[in-house]
Design a protein around this ligand. Structure first.
Ligand SMILES: Cc1ncc(COP(=O)(O)OP(=O)(O)O)c(N)n1
Ligand SMILES: Cc1ncsc1CCOP(=O)(O)O
Ligand SMILES: [Mg+2]
Length: 520
């Protein structure tokens, strides 16, 4: 198979050589490559950041020098496609890493491309002090990295489906120039649109996870343009004679809200990606395939961002989520629900594991009336069909139940879908799948649901989600009045509880206590 290194991977190798040349080590080591991967605005750096590893730590650990900021100096320099066979010759010190990277890349969507994330994977798979350090400091392993690569790069896009001939089409010189001009203009539109969306994610939504997805999409643009040739594109540019630059439609200047602005730019990105895909078919099928993926990735991104905004709005005032099971309640589910509603709970889940369908239907209809009268949201656990039957506002599903896509087909577009998550990869995936909120836990030991000791995700998981996810999420599991503060300190703003309210002698009283803490 024919393997090519992405621009990011090439820059990392060049940087690694620069760092190695300034290092005191006489024997070649992999530490300069590790530092170079963290230095770049690359996929590998993004992944390391999510595992709390940064450049400063690496430089300190491996006693490496970094006299200037080489990242900026290389970022804009054009990089020619580099084949694996050339890379193996040019960088003998990293041969083992490159070979492992190649194996990993062969399993990805675009098997010919080796990116910085594959180099990181190769580094982890190569025995040595760098790999050991990554595993101990960042809890990174080749398997975990597999998950990260999957979440960011494989599952955000449709499978590579090339529906056009894999050969370039002969054209006249004029045709070629016009095609290149079109590609150049569309690439600029795409880049600009992505930048606007990135700024929105950074400054308005403040969502690190979605931002990292967007950055990956931006990197793919660089990768695709390499197949066409950056210099060729620039030499075909003719802005003065471009009739498009003077056109400014009313819709282009009508940006009535941030959301409108966001949507307009998402559309701009999708249209530009389509133009790039079509015109690249005449020049580079590889580039066309990447543009197609980018178009699909932008649909996923659009859906995800808009869901996030809509959900934040719908659940804006829901900080305390009550899961009610008849068996846990001191005086029955009815009094527990009515008293907690009166005390201010506005989000209730029916979580019954042993009722028959008929019992659940009758119970659900009663709870529907109480919650509706109180203006509260009602969610049915596990059962999309019953959510519809009792006209609940949504349904909650676990990791082993129906996936969001299938649940959405059953409950339609308006009902909320909640998903339980137990680690950061599941949380990221649930966001991309289109969940409207997620459960994050279990935070503490609980007797309400059985978990093995090692399954407690704990406050670390709460911390991780707080750092990167803005889709509404609820910390859950063993939360009580006396440990709620710790959960809030770990970054949660919403919690889901069951036992603490249901089995309390006075559900209204404990509800008020919890709400009081949540509002501070
Ligand atoms: C808000 C919320 N979070 C998590 C769960 C747990 O769902 P699941 O893992 O499917 O387990 P069961 O509750 O069905 O036993 C939840 N119900 N709600
Ligand atoms: C259903 C569920 N899922 C994760 S923890 C949990 C139990 C929550 O109940 P409690 O608040 O009583 O621990
Ligand atoms: Mg369930």
């Amino acid at each position: 198979m024919h393997h090519i290194l992405t621009a990011g991977a090439q820059r990392a190798l060049i940087q690694a050589e620069r760092i190695a040349s300034g290092s005191a080590e006489s024997e070649p080591t992999l530490a300069p490559l590790l530092a170079a991967l963290a230095l770049e605005e690359s996929r590998a750096a993004e992944i390391m950041r999510t595992h709390q590893i940064d450049l400063a730590q690496i430089l300190q650990e491996f006693q490496l020098p970094l006299s200037q900021d080489p990242a900026t100096s290389l970022l804009d320099s054009p990089v020619q496609p580099l084949e694996m066979s050339q890379a193996l010759q040019q960088y003998p010190a990293f041969r083992e890493v490159l070979n492992h990277a190649m194996q990993q890349a062969s399993r990805a969507d675009v098997p010919t491309e080796i990116g910085s994330e594959h180099l990181l994977w190769g580094l982890l798979a190569t025995a040595g002090k760098e790999s050991e350090w990554l595993q101990s400091t960042g809890s990174l392993s080749a398997e975990k990295l597999d998950d990260s690569i999957n979440v960011i790069f494989r599952q955000t896009v449709e499978p590579l489906d090339v529906d056009f001939a894999l050969r370039t089409v002969a054209a006249t010189a004029d045709d070629q120039t016009n095609t290149l001009r079109t590609i150049d203009a569309a690439a600029n539109r795409l880049r600009e649109g992505l930048r606007v969306i990135e700024d929105f994610l950074r400054f308005s939504l403040d969502d690190a996870h979605l931002m990292s997805l967007l950055k990956s999409t931006r990197h793919r643009l660089t990768d695709a343009l390499r197949f066409i040739g950056n210099e060729t594109l620039i030499s075909s540019r003719d802005t003065l004679n471009d009739v498009g630059t003077s056109i400014s439609t009313t819709s282009e200047i009508d940006r009535s809200s941030l959301e409108h602005l966001l949507q307009a730019n998402l559309k701009r990105v999708q249209e530009a990606a389509r133009t790039l895909e079509e015109f690249s078919k005449l020049i580079s099928p590889e580039a066309a395939a990447i543009f197609k993926q980018m178009r699909y990735a932008s649909y996923t991104l659009e859906k995800t961002i808009l869901t996030c905004i809509a959900s934040q709005r719908r659940l804006e005032n829901s900080r305390l989520y009550l899961l009610v099971s008849e068996s846990l309640c001191h005086h029955g589910a009815g009094p527990a629900i009515r008293e907690s509603l009166a005390a201010g709970v506005n989000l209730v889940q029916i979580r019954e594991k042993s009722m028959t369908d008929r019992q659940l239907l009758a119970h659900g209809n009663r709870v529907r009336k109480w919650t509706r009268d109180a203006g509260a949201i009602l969610i049915m656990n596990d059962r999309p069909d019953l959510a519809i039957a009792i006209d609940a506002d949504g349904v909650h599903v676990g990791q082993d139940e129906l996936p969001v896509r299938e649940v959405r087909q059953i409950v339609g577009p308006r009902r909320l879908i909640g998903v339980s998550t137990h680690n950061i990869e599941q949380a990221r995936q649930a966001v991309l799948d289109g969940a409207d909120y997620i459960g994050v836990g279990p935070t503490f030991p609980t007797s309400t649901k059985n978990f093995a000791e090692h399954e407690y995700a704990g406050l670390d998981f709460v911390n991780q989600v707080a750092a990167e996810i803005t889709l509404p999420w609820f910390a859950i599991g063993g939360i009580q009045a006396d440990n709620l503060q710790q959960v809030l300190e770990a970054g949660a703003t919403r919690v889901a509880v069951s036992g603490v309210i249901c089995s309390h002698e006075h559900p209204g009283q404990i509800t008020r206590e919890l709400l009081e803490q949540l509002s501070n």
